[in-house]
Design a protein around this ligand. Structure first.
Ligand SMILES: Nc1ncnc2c1ncn2[C@@H]1O[C@H](COP(=O)(O)OP(=O)(O)OP(=O)(O)O)[C@@H](O)[C@H]1O
Ligand SMILES: [Mg+2]
Length: 340
């Protein structure tokens, strides 16, 4: 049994930690837990706030009985530039210099402030120079990476890997080579990320600044609720309430239709580029995936089978606490990180 670095997802509302070990039969869960993110969280530059986050991480680790100082982290999609770009079929060596020029076109801030990373996703089948290849380009503000470094070292931790959230989600959800083309959408508290994944590889990805808080705000505004009350009503009734004549669903629909619009755009983009095999499934991760009735709503609006993400499918047979299973979709990113 080999312990891995643990996965830490510091969301704007909830922090999740997952620690796995790998065995010959699959993954074993050593521990997992979640807790509320301190209010200013990773947005703050103040050392006091950063110490508060570090302390919250230590408490979370103690709850999950995590006994390693090595951690894998994900940067929030909305603070990182992620893009799948089509490039001429270059050798690895040629790509090293070409990627910089490509990045200049896609990243709207000076590259001197950015840490660039890239990965070849697909090369043409023939060696022909006229063929095109797909490259995933990721640019993260160096200051953001430094801040994570600082907070995690305050917590006594050593970062062993950094990636963006969508890549972690893909690792925990899209398992096996025969996974049909799907739209993976992660709805958190402040943002939603969309990715289309085909043959295990991301075809297209981006994020929008709408999530669970916007859903609660819409409800609070319509019903004159406090945000806290709206959170509770949202979680109990969601899109499936009938007792109030569907009034809650009606209040939530405008926010959900923003998300639906983005899903439709992503699917249309895919259909234009790939005509051989349509998208067969929509998978929803993030805490907001638990909104009652959401899967049925998306499925009926878009006409594609929709399911809630369950990253715990990666575990070899193991009894896991009900609380952790019930919150499966929320752990999508942390599990993917812990699998690295
Ligand atoms: N049962 C539920 N029904 C609807 N929404 C829910 C439910 N449980 C949690 N949520 C929502 O999920 C959100 C938290 O999800 P998650 O932990 O994925 O977000 P986060 O990672 O903190 O946010 P972000 O990724 O946007 O920074 C909150 O907005 C919360 O209201
Ligand atoms: Mg999140």
């Amino acid at each position: 049994m080999k312990n891995k670095a643990f996965g830490l997802d510091i969301g704007s509302s909830t922090m999740k930690a997952v620690w796995l070990s790998s065995e010959s039969t699959g993954y074993f869960l050593n521990g997992a837990s979640h807790a509320i993110t301190p209010q200013k969280g990773m947005m703050s530059e103040s050392p006091l706030d950063q110490e508060e986050v570090a302390q919250a991480i230590r408490t979370l680790m103690a709850e999950a009985k995590i006994d390693t100082k090595y951690v894998s982290i994900a940067l929030p999609e909305n603070q990182v530039y992620t893009r799948v770009i089509e490039m001429p079929n270059l050798s690895d060596k040629e790509l090293v210099s070409a990627i910089y020029w490509e990045a200049e076109q896609y990243i709207p801030v000076p590259l001197a402030t950015i840490t660039l990373d890239y990965r070849v996703l697909r090369r043409p089948e023939t060696q022909d120079k006229s063929g095109k290849m797909d490259v995933l380009l990721v640019g993260a503000p160096t200051a953001l990476i430094d801040k994570y470094d600082k907070v995690l070292s305050l917590a006594g931790l050593i970062i062993t890997s950094v990636e963006t959230e969508i890549l972690s989600s893909i690792r925990s959800i899209i398992i096996g080579n025969n996974f049909p083309p799907c739209l993976l959408i992660t709805i958190g508290a402040v943002s939603t990320s969309l990715a289309i994944v085909r043959n295990g590889v991301v075809v297209f990805t981006y994020s929008i600044p709408t999530g669970g808080i916007a859903i609660s705000r819409a409800l609070a505004a319509d019903f004159g609720f406090s945000l806290q009350q709206a959170e509770e009503y949202k979680k109990v009734y969601g899109m499936s309430e009938k007792t109030l004549g569907g009034k809650i669903a009606k209040a939530l629909a405008p926010v959900l239709s923003i998300i639906l619009g983005e899903m439709r755009k992503a699917i249309a983009f895919y259909n234009e580029k790939y005509t051989d095999e349509p998208i067969r499934q929509i998978i929803i991760g993030g805490g907001s995936a638990k909104l009652p009735g959401l899967t049925t709503y998306f499925a009926s609006e878009i006409g594609i089978e929709t399911a809630i993400a369950n990253p715990w499918k990666i575990l070899a047979h193991q009894e896991v606490q009900k609380e952790i299973i019930d919150n499966a979709s929320e752990y999508t990113v942390a599990v993917g990180l812990a699998m690295r």
